[in-house]
Write a protein that binds this ligand. Structure first.
Ligand SMILES: [Fe+2]
Length: 322
C-alpha cells in the first residue's frame, strides 16, 4: 500500500504545523475528523446570468481558510451538493474546484455529492478523477471511512426529463430529490452487509427521497446528514409510531449563499460521532446588504454556532409487539 504524505504524518501522531516531508510542509491530519460543506453555490457571472448572485464566491474561501487553520486538520472534507448557484454550469464547477483546492493541497481528501443545482456531465468534466470513486454506475455515489465509522454519500439529483447525463439547460434540474431503483437496491445491499457504524449523507432530506425505512431499519446506521434547506436543524427519523427505532439527523448550513452560513465538523469516536456547527453569519440575499441588520439574524448565529449533535452507536431492535 502506498504511504501517502498525509498517512505518514498522521501516522506519526504529531500535531506539528510546519513539519516537513520532502519539499512540502503539512500539518498533521485527524483521521476521525471530517469537515462538511453544503450548498456552496458558486456562480461565474462573467459567462452567463450576469446579474446572478456571487456572494458565495467570496464567503466560501473564508470558510475554507478557517478550516485550514485547524490543528490537526480534518483528514476528509465532504461537500453535500449544490456546487452551482444556477443550473450546474461548468464554469460554476470550476469556481467550486478552485475554492476547494486549498483543502486538497493541504492533504485533505474531498468527497463530493450532487445537489439539485448540479449537473453530472459538468461535474465529471471538472472532476474527471472522481469517476473512480463512484460506487453506482451513472451516479456520484461514494464512501469515505474513518477509523471508527463509514459515511455513504448518495446522489439524489433528479435530472430533467430523465436525461441523466445531458448538458445543463437553463431550466436546470428538478428541485426535489430522488434516487432510482438501481441506487436504492445498491443502498439496501450495502446497508444489509454493513458491519461498521455507518452514516448516510445526501443533498436532500431522507423523507423526500423516500429512504426513511432503509435508514431507520438498518442496524448499523446511526445518522443521516443532508443540506438543501440552508438552515441548520437537528432531528430524528422514525418509520412510523410502530417502530421503536430512530435515527438522528442534522441539516447543514450553507457554505456562503443564503440562510445559515457556515460548515460543520464531524468527529467519529468508538461509541459515537459528534457534529459541531460553525455558523459565521445569517444571510438573506443581496438586497439586504446595505440595510440595517435585523437583530434576529445575530441571535440566530449565536444560537447555532458551536451547537453539537451527538450520534450514539446505540440502536434498539424493533420493540413493536402489537
Ligand atoms: Fe442549495
Amino acid at each position: 500500500m502506498e504511504l501517502t504524505r498525509r498517512g505518514f504524518i498522521a501516522g506519526a501522531g504529531a500535531v506539528v504545523a510546519g513539519s516537513t516531508f520532502g519539499e512540502c510542509a503539512l500539518p498533521a491530519h485527524d483521521p476521525n475528523l471530517m469537515v462538511f460543506f453544503s450548498d456552496i453555490h458558486q456562480h461565474d457571472n462573467t459567462v452567463r446570468w450576469k446579474n446572478g448572485p456571487t456572494q458565495a464566491n467570496a464567503i466560501l474561501p473564508e470558510l475554507v481558510k478557517e478550516v485550514l487553520a485547524l490543528r490537526p486538520l480534518p483528514a476528509n472534507a465532504v461537500v453535500f451538493g449544490d456546487f452551482s448557484a444556477s443550473c450546474g454550469w461548468m464554469e460554476d464547477f470550476r469556481l467550486a474546484a478552485a475554492a476547494m483546492k486549498p483543502l486538497s493541497d493541504a492533504g485533505i481528501t474531498l468527497t463530493l455529492g450532487m445537489g439539485n443545482h448540479d449537473n453530472r456531465v459538468c461535474f465529471m468534466k471538472v472532476f474527471p478523477d472522481y469517476r473512480s470513486r463512484c460506487l453506482v454506475p451513472g451516479r456520484i455515489v461514494s464512501k469515505v471511512s474513518t477509523p471508527n465509522a463509514d459515511l455513504i454519500m448518495l446522489d439524489t439529483l433528479k435530472s430533467r426529463d430523465g436525461e441523466d447525463w445531458a448538458e445543463p439547460t437553463s431550466k436546470g434540474s428538478h428541485v426535489e430529490g430522488t434516487i432510482d431503483d438501481a441506487q436504492r437496491e445498491w443502498l439496501r445491499g450495502t446497508l444489509a452487509a454493513a458491519t461498521r457504524p455507518t452514516f448516510v449523507g445526501a443533498h436532500h432530506p431522507a423523507r423526500e427521497v423516500g429512504i426513511v425505512k432503509e435508514i431507520v431499519t438498518a442496524p448499523t446506521v446511526f445518522g443521516y446528514m443532508f443540506g438543501h434547506d440552508h438552515v441548520f436543524a437537528e432531528g430524528f427519523l422514525s418509520d412510523g409510531y410502530s417502530n421503536s427505532q430512530t435515527v438522528q439527523t442534522a441539516t447543514l448550513p450553507s457554505g456562503g449563499f443564503w440562510g445559515d452560513i457556515g460548515y460543520a465538523l464531524f468527529r467519529t469516536f468508538e461509541d459515537r460521532a459528534e457534529l459541531t456547527v460553525r455558523q459565521t453569519d445569517f444571510w438573506f440575499n443581496r438586497r439586504w446588504q446595505n440595510k440595517q441588520r435585523p437583530k434576529n439574524w445575530t441571535e440566530r448565529v449565536r444560537m447555532h454556532d458551536g451547537r453539537k449533535v451527538t450520534f450514539w452507536y446505540d440502536k434498539p431492535g424493533n420493540f413493536y409487539c402489537g
